[in-house]
Every structure is written in C-alpha cells, then in structure tokens.
Design a protein around this ligand. Structure first.
Ligand SMILES: *Cc1c(COP(=O)(O)O)cnc(C)c1O
Length: 379
C-alpha cells in the first residue's frame, strides 16, 4: 500500500483536524451561523495579512484573485510594469494583456531575484505607469523577490504595488500595512493548509481609490460589491462554504503557532533542504533561494530524460510528490517544497526518496548523507 506525500508548492498537505471539519454538514450561507463562522475567518485573515484592511474571500483559485486585482483597479490602455521572473510573472502579463493593459515587462533571469535598480530604471522610463505587478516568491524558480525594496520604489514613484503573495503569505514576513503593499493576494491551497478553491485579496486605501475609476469589465469578480457584502459577513455568490469552515480551523492552527514562529520554522526547513542538497553534491538553482521551496539542479551528468525520471521514480515508487521544472526548465531542476503543514520529518522523507531515486539512476552517493544534513540542521 502506497502512502502519498505532497511536497509540492500547492496543493499542500491538509492537517487531520481540518480534514475532520470537512465531514461536517454544509451550513447554508444566508444564515447567522455562517456569518459567525465567516467573521472568525475574516479576523484570522487580517491577522495573517498583517493589515487593518478587510481581506476579501473569493471562491476562485489564486489566479482568479490575480485577475480580480487587474480588472478592478485598471482600465484598458493603462500602463503597468510586470516583473517577469518566471511562469507566474508571465501570468501577470497574460492577465493584464487580456484586459487591454499596456505591459512593460522586466525580464529577470530564471532563478534570480529582481535587481531593484532595474525597476527604478523602468519606472523612470515609463512615467505614466500606474502599478508594478510582481510575485513575492516566484514558485517556478524558487527565487525570493525583494518585496520591501519594490514597495519602497513604488511609493517613491507614486505607483501601486500589486503583490502576488500566493506562496508567501504565512511563510515569510510580508506585513501588508507596514510595508505599504497596495494589493496582497494568496490562495487556500498553499500555506493556509486547505484544499484549492478559495483566494484572498486585500487592497490599501490607495488601491480602493483606484477601483473607483476602473472601467475594465467585471461581474463575478467585482471587488466593490464583495467589499460591501463581506462587511456584513456575506458573499456576493455562494462561497465554498466547507473551505470557509475548514479555514477557521487551519488559520486557527497558524495563529496558535504565531507568525514569528511560523517564519522561523520555514527558514529552518529551507536551510535543512539546502544543506541536504549540498551534502549530496547537488547545485542549488536559485541564486536567491526562498524559504518556500528549494530548487535543485539535476546532476550535470544527467540527460533531460533522466532528470524527469527522478521525479517520476520518487512519485511512482515512493509516493513522494515533488515538482520538476516547467517549460525550458523541464528535466533540469527539481522543486522541493517545504511549507504549510510540513515538518522536519517530511523534509527528511523527501530527501530519502530523492537519495533512492538518484541512486537508482546511477548517481554516486552515500545513503543517508542528505538525510544526515537535514537531521544536523535540526539537532
Ligand atoms: C500557485 C500559485 C499561483 C496560483 O495558482 P492557482 O492554480 O490559480 O491557484 C499564483 N502565483 C503563485 C506564485 C503561485 O505559487
């Protein structure tokens, strides 16, 4: 019998306590019992986002909230700068273009972080820019972006900072109000330890102001009407009620842990994974590794096919699910995630499966070297 383990950047493992919640009957959403539950979730979300603004709950995946940000704040022909450091940066561009915005892209080498001086140059070059759209952590490469430097530049140039924090919120410090992030987004299936199906978005006063002049078409994703309804603990449409019920439990667990302890925990898991990779003689792919996931280069002696096989063996033989690279990075990198309901033993297990797969493919290694590095990090 195979036991599956998710070491992927979403969906992530769901705690038993949260799963148990899903066995409860679904309540109707136009009732006070729902409103009480929703209020609890709203309070937990404000805590998690570190904001005084309302954090809106949308029944969409993360991409839906990214789209909501674009179609509620901008109008066709508005100019925006997109930090394109990977697949998710590319997604900002695609969404913005779908709504007729004019996009100025900053192409960042895959695996690298944005150099803030490149953003400064772009901001000077395109002075009618309304916003900078970026990721806090680019999940396709494992690179951490300099969020504070980005928001400071945005403030200096009086443009909005629109941050995809989907693999960041609840993993590392991203204080929305303190750093002046104008739009912050996350999704349920990442650090929030829930199944996919909900996304969360908060806007600063400046961003809400900008929604007043937006003429992009919107209906399901109208944030202004959501804000009005959610102030009364109601949603415009039928929400994913079960996920909201589960969210109270999972966010309650996060709050019980505390933000600083959560951030420290993820730092430790990341450094354990990096140490394990080095101990196995594997190179790290990202020059600015995030505490979210570790991207490791497949051994240079491996072909692209062999590179893809590592992941396949880990999954099919050992039930450990990791992700490989996308597009041009296919077969070249491995992405080992370590966030959400993940601990030292999950990381050690993932590294064990990696050692077995590498050995099977003829990579010379001494069993336990990677796992030993994980244990040493924690001892
Ligand atoms: C997962 C993820 C998304 C959203 O993906 P969905 O499949 O729409 O939930 C967006 N940005 C980043 C950085 C992500 O990791």
């Amino acid at each position: 019998m195979k036991k599956f383990r998710l070491l992927t950047p979403g969906p992530t493992t769901i705690p038993e306590k949260v799963l148990a919640k899903f066995a409860e009957p679904v309540v109707h959403h136009r009732t006070t019992i729902f409103e009480e539950t929703f209020k609890e979730l709203q309070e937990l979300l404000s805590w998690l986002f570190q904001t005084k603004q309302p954090v809106l709950t949308l029944t969409v995946t993360g991409t839906g909230a990214m789209e909501a940000a674009v179609c509620n704040i901008f109008s066709a022909h508005d100019e925006v700068i997109v930090v394109n450091a990977g697949k998710f940066g590319e997604r900002w561009t695609k969404i913005a273009k779908a709504y007729g915005l004019k996009v100025h892209e900053i192409m960042v080498d895959r695996g690298k972080a944005l150099d803030p001086s490149d953003l400064e140059k772009k901001l000077n070059e395109f002075s009618s820019t309304k916003a900078v759209l970026f990721q806090a952590s680019e999940t396709s490469t494992g690179a951490l972006m300099p969020v504070k430097a980005i928001t400071e530049l945005c403030a200096k140039h009086k443009v909005l900072s629109v941050c995809d924090g989907i693999t960041a919120v609840g993993i590392f410090d991203l204080p929305m109000d303190a750093w002046g992030i104008d739009v912050l987004i996350t999704g349920s299936q990442k650090a929030l330890m829930l199944p996919p199906g909900l996304a969360f978005i908060a806007l600063s006063d400046r961003a809400w102001k900008a929604t007043e002049s937006s003429t992009c078409p919107k209906f399901y994703l109208n944030l202004t009407s959501e804000k009005k309804n959610q102030a009364k603990q109601q949603t415009s449409w039928t929400p994913a009620i079960s996920l909201i019920q589960g969210g109270v439990v999972s966010l309650g667990m996060l709050k019980h842990e505390g933000l600083s302890s959560l951030f420290e925990h993820h730092e430790k898991l990341a450094s354990a994974t990096r140490n394990a990779a080095r101990a196995l003689g594997l190179e790290l792919f990202s020059a600015a590794p995030s505490p979210v996931l570790t991207t490791v280069c497949v051994p240079s002696s491996f072909s692209v096919d062999q590179g893809k096989k590592i992941q396949k063996i880990m999954q099919e033989k050992y039930g450990v699910i990791i992700m490989g690279g996308q597009d041009e990075l296919q077969g070249k990198i491995l992405r080992l995630s370590h966030f959400g309901y993940c601990d030292l033993f999950d990381v050690a297990t993932g590294i064990s499966a990696l050692e077995l797969a590498l050995h099977e493919l003829g990579y010379p290694l001494e069993f336990g070297k990677g796992v030993g590095a994980v244990l040493k990090t924690f001892s």
